[in-house]
Design a protein around this ligand. Structure first.
Ligand code: UDP
Length: 323
């Protein structure tokens, strides 16, 4: 059985929906930001906390867990700057309790949700995994700390792990049964689509004076189902013994500016956005675009969905949810 911690969240729930086709899945989630309705009915759902030893012991004693996939984290850059304790507590300290429990029960396979925020402000077109890590906010640092812990645990205790550095996850499952449901929503694509559905008066573009062709930030948007598939390949590589440790970027390798994303949303929906241009949002690097060559070469993964397809799938989900 596979334990998915944070399986009621946006990315975790999309992974669970794919994984239940192949494995028995247990989801542990405290529902602090996740939603029960996102969890596929074929998975066992347990409401509990990964920082709580009793909750973890109950699961590891009852179920023969072969691997743990860890999605449960706080992930807002701005919030991490004003409340770093929350980030180090939930993202680092609670993860240590989870890892300690895994070792206690001799479970040695771990898939970790990491982030492009570990790179800081990179100065290259396409970021490769060996690019220096220099996170510029507590969120990025909390994720990098866990990566460092994992490397030490691999050498000392023989933990096998894959850390996946996500770029900008977006889109919704093709069934439109599950999708992105954050409260409050801070991400660009859902905000634009909510506006185009009449749920917001306007959208703000944060900064037009970046060193990019149109002055707005460039990001690499990756469909959440593409992310889910990468996790399954990484899990299989650990379970088959093909990999002991690895770090991979997960992105499209294509950069789109904030303006281009808004234009694509207008094109896909046939609606026109009201845009306000405002100051930069603190902590935003001008450009973050992945090279995903390494995971392609080692595990055969590449992103399948284009930006238009990502937005179309999100539009289907948001339109359905709005009704
Ligand atoms: N952004 C924006 N307006 C919004 C939300 C986001 O201009 O209402 C910009 C943001 O500054 C960044 C890009 O869109 O350059 C992607 O932001 P998002 O929060 O979606 O993801 P992040 O890159 O921070 O993980």
């Amino acid at each position: 059985m596979i334990l998915v911690v944070g399986g009621a969240g946006y990315i975790g729930s999309h992974l669970v929906k794919e994984l239940v086709e192949k494995k028995q899945v247990i989801v542990l989630d405290n529902l602090s930001t996740g939603h029960r309705y996102l969890v596929d009915e074929r998975a066992v759902f347990i409401q509990g906390d990964l920082g709580n030893r009793a909750d973890l012991d109950a699961i590891f004693e009852k179920y023969p867990i072969k691997a743990v996939m860890h999605f449960a984290a706080n992930s807002l850059v701005g919030e991490s700057v004003v409340d770093p304790l929350k980030y180090y507590q939930n993202n680092v300290a609670a993860t240590l309790t989870l890892l300690e429990t895994m070792l206690k029960y001799n479970v040695k396979n771990f898939i970790f949700s990491s982030t492009a925020a570990t790179y800081g402000i990179p100065n290259v077109e396409l970021i490769t995994e060996d690019y220096s890590t220099n996170p510029i906010n507590p969120y990025g640092r909390s994720k990098l700390m866990v990566e460092q812990i994992l490397a030490d645990f691999a050498s000392a205790y023989g933990l096998n792990y894959v850390a996946l550095r996500y770029f900008n996850a977006a889109g919704a499952h093709e069934s439109a049964e599950i999708g992105e449901d954050h409260n409050p929503e801070t991400h660009l694509i859902p905000i634009v689509l909510q506006h185009l559905l009449g749920q917001r008066d306007k959208i703000s573009v944060f900064g037009t004076d970046y060193d990019t062709p149109d002055g707005t930030c460039i990001r690499d948007y990756i469909h959440v189902t593409d992310l889910a598939r990468a996790h399954i390949l990484a899990l299989e590589a650990l379970l088959d013994g093909k990999k002991k440790t690895a770090i991979y970027n997960l992105g499209n390798g294509l950069g789109y500016s904030v303006k281009e994303v808004i234009e694509t949303c207008e094109k896909v929906t046939g609606r026109k956005a009201v845009i306000e241009y405002t100051d930069r949002r603190p902590g935003d690097p001008a450009r973050l675009v992945a090279s995903s060559q390494k995971i392609y070469e080692e595990l055969g993964w590449k992103a399948e969905y284009s930006l238009e397809e990502i937005i179309a799938s999100a539009w289907k989900w948001h339109s359905r949810n709005a009704k």
